[in-house]
Write a protein that binds this ligand. Structure first.
Ligand SMILES: Nc1ncnc2c1ncn2[C@@H]1O[C@H](COP(=O)(O)OP(=O)(O)OP(=O)(O)O)[C@@H](O)[C@H]1O
Length: 250
């Protein structure tokens, strides 16, 4: 009889993560994990702690306490894991205006140790996937907002990360591109990529996520599976948490 395969560790694991900003708690005691192939929607009102959480996962901010594990390894002991394991689209897709679209992708690839023919192949594949091939020689500084967003996504995807961390990925995309993005995220998940996606658009969450987490004042208030037909239930849960939080604060 074959021995059972050892279970893979979660792609991402947060254990009691705490982070203060400007002396106030921004994320409190946050624990969650994410398996390959899962798409987690992260919701919360303004200031709930979503971007702070994503920045810690991507390695741009350090937790004050608690631990983050990537593929079972302690991130604080192996910060270099971020470059290999994570693709990050920060809020607003920051870019270098004086570099062209293809130069951005080549720079991102080199930072991750991809070179030569592999780099060209990876670059051209994401250019095509994000419908940027015709813009590849254009300077980032003259791209439209939606085109910038797609370039940010292309940079995040270039090295085929196991975990995609996306802050408002549908921002500034036109409706055709929004639908294309949903399809892309579902395809990546089907290939085993874990995705964590922060947004204010409940419709984006119900369209692509199979799980939803809601943060309020830095605390995880809800973490449950989600089905595409549960939009109304999600809206009710979100408003219950947001409105109750406001009433308590008043
Ligand atoms: N650079 C910063 N310096 C000081 N405080 C910050 C900074 N960035 C965020 N904060 C504070 O940390 C808390 C969490 O903010 P965060 O940006 O993580 O929330 P968010 O859920 O992403 O909000 P939004 O939906 O408005 O983008 C807020 O109280 C915010 O004021």
């Amino acid at each position: 009889m074959n021995a059972p395969k050892p279970a893979l560790p979660p792609v991402l694991q947060l254990e009691q993560v705490v982070r203060h900003r400007a002396g106030r708690p921004a994320v409190r005691d946050l624990s969650l994990d994410l398996q390959g192939g899962q798409v987690l929607g992260l919701l919360g009102v303004n200031g709930a702690g979503k971007s702070t959480t994503l920045s810690m996962i991507a390695g741009a901010l350090r937790p004050d306490s608690g631990a983050i594990y990537l593929q079972g390894e302690d991130f604080s002991e192996h910060p270099e894991l971020a470059r290999r394991v994570i693709g990050w689209l920060p809020e607003g897709a920051p870019l270098w205006p004086e570099l062209t679209v293809r130069e951005h992708l080549e720079a991102h690839g080199r930072l991750r140790g991809i070179q030569g023919a592999h780099l060209i192949e990876a670059r051209d594949a994401v250019l095509e996937r994000l419908e940027l091939t015709d813009l590849s020689r254009r300077l980032a500084g003259v791209l439209s907002q939606g085109q910038r967003q797609r370039l940010g996504l292309a940079c995040a995807l270039l090295h085929r990360p196991a975990l995609l961390v996306l802050d408002e990925p549908a921002n500034a995309l036109d409706p055709v591109q929004v639908v294309a993005l949903r399809k892309l995220l579902r395809e990546l998940a089907a290939d085993g990529t874990a995705v964590i996606l922060s947004t204010h658009q409940l419709a984006e969450v119900t369209a692509v996520c199979d799980r939803v987490a809601i943060l309020h004042e830095g605390t995880l208030r809800h973490d449950a599976p989600l089905h595409a037909d549960h939009h109304d239930a999600l809206e009710k849960t979100f408003f219950d948490i947001a409105v109750a939080g406001r009433a308590q604060a008043a």
